[in-house]
Design a binder for this molecule. Structure first.
Ligand code: DHB
Length: 389
């Protein structure tokens, strides 16, 4: 070919490509990642986005023969915004998968879009048990509050904690935490002397903590969403509740690895139950933590990051197995995946589409001057106790 002919051919090719934008779009594999990137839950968005980008950097940007496009959108943690963004991503961008979902109400608001458009929706953060029942297209890679809460209700009565007050955020995951902790703790012979619920947004813990002080339980069992634990820990310390002998226990959301180091001495000794700790002792986790910190100026990955990282794994493997197939094909390939996560062994139960993984009992300890959730007991392969089947 002469240079002139080559130029003409390339001009023609570009013209054809421009007029067949749809065909090009189908050569891409699009993931719509909707997260709270601003507002009080921005740390969840930041952790998950960073983890998703790390997964892509480590695993390449082509999967099943298609170029992966990650479209990140900020829903400001408002459910109507999440739903609208999801609709736009499905209709305009023709995404293959919806993912993210930093809070329960955001996942629930979007569930009908997944069902109507037959688009798999991967929940990477939200953790109310019932979410997976809101659409047959929902898959979860985070955790459930019943998994963590029941595990703590089994540990506490064997460790000198007989009388408890629960204090939870007043929405889906908090209500799950309260119910599943209380039922199992009573079954185990414990006593729950009060169940307190605080507003989900901008809670003032002071009056609730005063009430707990007056009731003098052995421990206060707490659930607050990721990021909110620091304020509670500060007020718990200011009121001298630890000195008054009221222990703090809860799900690992309260001693979130992202903010744990800033909590200071009061956090040392706090026992929680959760599926992930930055200090989880495995080769896979050490590699994950080192790579995450390197890519994010020393930021520690928390359990949100792991939900995002594992969610990307589930999406990539489904895209690979189906060569970027239809929503239904992708969903089928997501079900039943089994692999080693930075959290430990994990699988997606094909029946429930929910995560099955270990729950660890951990204690905050200072290691080389830094605070960590040190795992010391393992409950293996915990299914969501909230599922009927
Ligand atoms: C949810 C949010 C959180 O930040 C968390 O730690 C657990 C659950 C939720 O809204 O489902």
């Amino acid at each position: 070919m002469t240079n002139k002919r080559a130029l003409i051919v390339s001009a023609l090719v570009s013209a054809v490509l421009c007029t067949t934008g749809v065909a090009i779009a189908q050569d891409k594999f699009k993931i719509g990642l909707i997260l709270p990137m601003t507002g009080p839950f921005a740390s969840t968005g930041k952790q998950i986005e960073a983890a998703a980008r790390l997964y892509m950097a480590q695993n390449g940007e082509t999967v099943g023969g298609k170029k992966v496009e990650l479209i990140v959108k900020d829903d400001t943690s408002a459910p109507d915004v999440t739903k609208r963004i999801a609709q736009e991503l499905v209709v305009n961008d023709k995404v293959n998968v919806l993912a993210g979902f930093g809070l329960t109400p955001l996942a629930l608001a979007t569930a009908p879009i997944a069902t109507q458009s037959k688009t798999p929706l991967v929940v990477m953060a939200a953790a109310t048990s019932s979410i997976t029942e809101a659409s047959p297209f929902i898959i979860r890679t985070s955790f459930t509050l019943p998994q963590a809460s029941v595990s703590m209700a089994d540990w506490a009565p064997n460790n000198g904690i007989k009388k408890v007050v629960t204090l939870v955020s007043d929405y889906g995951p908090g209500i799950d935490a309260e119910k599943y902790f209380k039922d199992r703790f009573l079954f185990n012979g414990g006593q729950v002397v009060d169940t307190l619920r605080v507003p989900m947004r901008n809670p003032d813990f002071a009056p609730f903590l005063q009430k707990v002080r007056d009731l003098k339980p052995d421990a206060m069992f707490v659930f607050v969403p990721s990021g909110a634990g620091a304020a509670l820990m500060k007020q718990y310390a200011e009121r001298g509740m630890d000195k008054a002998g009221i222990k703090l226990i809860g799900t690992g959301d309260i001693t979130d690895d992202d903010i744990l180091n800033g909590m200071g001495e009061v956090a040392v000794g706090v026992v929680t139950s959760h599926h992930y700790s930055t200090s989880h002792n495995s080769a896979v986790n050490k590699k994950f933590v080192a790579a995450f910190e390197k890519a994010n100026a020393g930021l520690r990955p928390n359990f949100m990051a792991v939900g995002g990282y594992d969610g990307m794994r589930v999406i990539y493997e489904a895209a690979k197995a189906t060569k970027g197939g239809s929503g239904e094909e992708l969903l089928a390939a997501m079900k039943g995946q089994i692999f080693e996560s930075p959290r430990g062994p994990m699988f997606i139960d094909a029946q429930t589409r929910d995560v099955v993984h270990n729950i660890y009992i951990r204690k905050v300890e200072k290691v080389n001057g830094q605070l960590y959730n040190q795992e010391f007991e393992t409950l293996k392969d915990v299914k969501d106790p909230g599922k009927k089947k």
